[in-house]
Design a protein around this ligand. Structure first.
Ligand SMILES: [Zn+2]
Length: 336
């Protein structure tokens, strides 16, 4: 099925073989030396909470400190996305994590963009970049990340996001970064409703004014909030396997994705990260059918939601919507 993905972290989506190559180049010893063993080690199937989940990223970030490493993993991610049937992917990363060996934030973004652009031209999957900040950082650093994103707005950066320790830090602390992005006409999204409840989603919506929410799985704990999200067309970037791993839901079977979709919320399905979540987007779609009861029509609906909520400029977005819709109509019986 042709697909689009809005929520995929670069530093969680490396190939194990590439990790071992990069570790050798950097003189770093990884916790496992065999690609298969490293893949299982990195997968977050047995973590205690979001903090433990995020710990996995320390390993990948340690080897993502050069322009060549960033360009390579970005390029390979587009190839993996293409093999996974994606027509469009938004890749996200917090560039301040990659400046420990002397790169500037701008150099990090430019290297990543080179990899995405090269992947797009070779494999055909449209690939754009979302610059992130993290909640536990000082708001001034978030503002710097938003400013860097705006500087690269016309060369492939399509959005700004805030990720990280949601239970401990409010998105409201970073409102000035979101305001800067918005005032410079850059689109914005925010991780919320994953490790914290409705109040955190409200902070993202009303203090930061985002049009999409990363996860939003716990928004339904306040039914009026979920109604508002549906009524205003806010898009949820849902990542069910990741939510199971971080215990944002009690079990996969209890994930509200299908319930939200049936109630009219603009739901999209995403991996969060391919290596850490241990899934492709195809895996997520199959799992949603087998374990949440989604129909093929539901999947088509989620694909179109993702195309419609893409942070692409209008003309490119319209072209993406038209071509994916035509494929879904031709091959999957989709009817709008
Ligand atoms: Zn995420």
């Amino acid at each position: 099925m042709p697909k689009a993905e809005l929520h995929c972290h670069l530093d969680g989506s490396l190939r194990p073989e590439t990790m071992l190559d990069l570790a050798r180049e950097h003189g770093i010893t990884l916790p496992r030396q065999d690609p298969g063993e490293l893949r299982s080690y990195m997968c977050a199937n047995n973590v205690s909470d979001l903090g433990d989940y995020l710990h996995r990223f320390d390993t990948t970030i340690s080897i993502l400190q050069t322009a060549t490493a960033l360009e390579r993993v970005a390029y390979e991610l587009v190839q993996d996305a293409s093999r996974d049937g994606l027509r469009y992917i938004e890749v996200r990363n917090a560039p301040h994590l990659n400046i420990h060996a002397g790169l500037t934030v701008d150099e990090v973004i430019e290297a990543t963009m080179r990899g995405l652009a090269r992947g797009e031209s070779e494999f055909g999957t449209i690939a754009r970049f979302i610059t992130c900040s993290l909640r536990h950082w000082a708001p001034a650093r978030s503002l710097e990340a938003a400013q860097a994103a705006v500087r690269h707005k016309n060369s492939g950066v399509v959005g700004f996001d805030l990720a990280g320790a949601e239970a401990e830090f409010s998105a409201a602390d970073h409102a000035s970064a979101f305001a800067y992005a918005r005032e410079h006409f850059l689109q914005i999204t925010c991780h919320a409703g994953e490790a914290a409840g409705p109040a955190s989603v409200e902070a993202a919506l009303f203090d930061c004014n985002v049009s999409r929410i990363g996860h939003g799985v716990r928004a339904g704990e306040e039914p009026a909030l979920l109604d508002y999200i549906r009524d205003t067309g806010i898009t949820l970037e849902m990542c069910p396997t990741s939510n199971e791993q971080t215990h944002a839901v009690a079990s996969y079977a209890q994930h509200p994705l299908k319930r939200y979709l049936d109630s009219g919320v603009r739901v999209t399905i995403n991996t969060d990260s391919r290596l850490i979540s241990g899934v492709t987007l195809t895996d997520e779609y199959v799992r949603a059918v087998n374990e949440l009861g989604l129909t093929i029509a539901d999947l088509c609906h989620c694909v179109m939601n993702a195309c419609e909520a893409a942070f692409l400029p209008f003309t490119e977005r319209a072209a993406l919507i038209a071509s994916v819709r035509a494929e879904l109509e031709r091959d999957w019986g989709y009817k709008a």
